[in-house]
Design a protein around this ligand. Structure first.
Ligand SMILES: [Zn+2]
Length: 295
């Protein structure tokens, strides 16, 4: 692929509206061409900034002030084409002024409100597809081994015999038919990580859980910066950073990307904002575990 072709397609590529084979060619080109890669990153950052800027209510006068600034700087005649304009010093200044104002709006939004900026780039479909049948009753319970290490067990129950498969990390942990309370002990979680658990029942319904190596006793407000992460990676990070188990009912869309910057907010607020963006419902199980469900 040639650089010009790559650059023409950058927007469509970021939007993921191009065919997978072409996207693969672009991946390849971006991997080997530093200048196109830089261009791509630049456009991505700008988009992200603009996506964030849309979230605030700017003062009514802001738009007209920006436009005045732009018009004042653009030479009246002859009408040049916009890409020629971009290289004229005065217009370049106006563009810089607009970007600076945008940056200011983003900045004030970030610092004034609850110190969390979140954007989701949809992969096309719904971020989390709901399960087809009613939820399999499951519970994740921590326990301490004789050595004092924290481990997790999964308790499952079903009103009628239900085929279940449990995978933790990359390891198949349990499979069989559940018709009464059944316990599966999950593998140890290495320090500082989370155990990624996947429970599939009736062949197609998925429940995910991210279980931390340690449960935080105090209310943490960790700083988080995540860029272009999948929903799974995002939830895993939150579970680890806050030291809480998180459960998600439904299958995540692998193409959806999350950008998250938080200078420290309480868990409830973090989850409320995320649930809003990903169209999830939050509920709290009896044991306090947070359960996110696709609407
Ligand atoms: Zn190139």
């Amino acid at each position: 692929m040639r650089c010009e072709h790559f650059r023409e397609l950058i927007s469509a590529y970021i939007e993921r509206s191009i065919a997978p084979p072409l996207a693969a060619k672009m991946d390849e080109h971006a991997a080997e061409c530093a200048s196109c890669r830089a261009e791509l990153e630049g456009v991505r950052e700008l988009w992200q900034m603009m996506a964030e800027a849309k979230r605030v209510e700017p003062p009514v006068s802001l738009h007209s002030r920006i436009m005045q600034e732009v018009y004042a700087s653009v030479p009246a005649a002859p009408a040049p084409r916009w890409w020629e304009l971009a290289w004229r010093p005065r217009f370049a200044f106006a563009v810089a002024a607009v970007l600076a104002l945008l940056a200011l709006v983003v900045w004030s939004y970030n610092t004034q409100s609850n110190a969390i900026a979140l954007s989701v780039v949809s992969g096309g479909g719904s971020p989390v597809s709901p399960v087809a049948v009613s939820t399999l009753p499951t519970r994740f319970e921590p326990f301490l081994t004789d050595d004092g290490d924290l481990r997790w067990m999964l308790k499952m129950n079903a009103s009628h015999p239900t085929s279940v498969e449990v995978v933790a990390g990359a390891q198949a942990v349990w499979s069989g038919s559940v018709a009464q309370e059944t316990t599966a002990v999950l593998p140890a979680v290495p320090q500082g990580t989370v155990l990624d658990v996947r429970v599939v029942w009736d062949g197609s319904n998925v429940l995910r859980a991210w279980l931390p190596a340690e449960i935080s006793q105090e209310q943490r407000k960790p700083v988080l910066v995540l860029k272009q992460r999948s929903i799974e990676e995002t939830l895993a990070h939150i579970a680890r950073a806050y030291g809480v188990p998180l459960v998600l009912v439904g299958e995540t869309d692998p193409l959806t990307r999350v950008n998250l910057e938080s200078t420290g907010v309480a868990l409830d607020e973090m989850l409320t904002r995320l649930a809003e963006k990903l169209d999830l419902q939050i509920s709290r199980a009896e044991d306090g575990t947070t359960v996110l469900t696709a609407r």
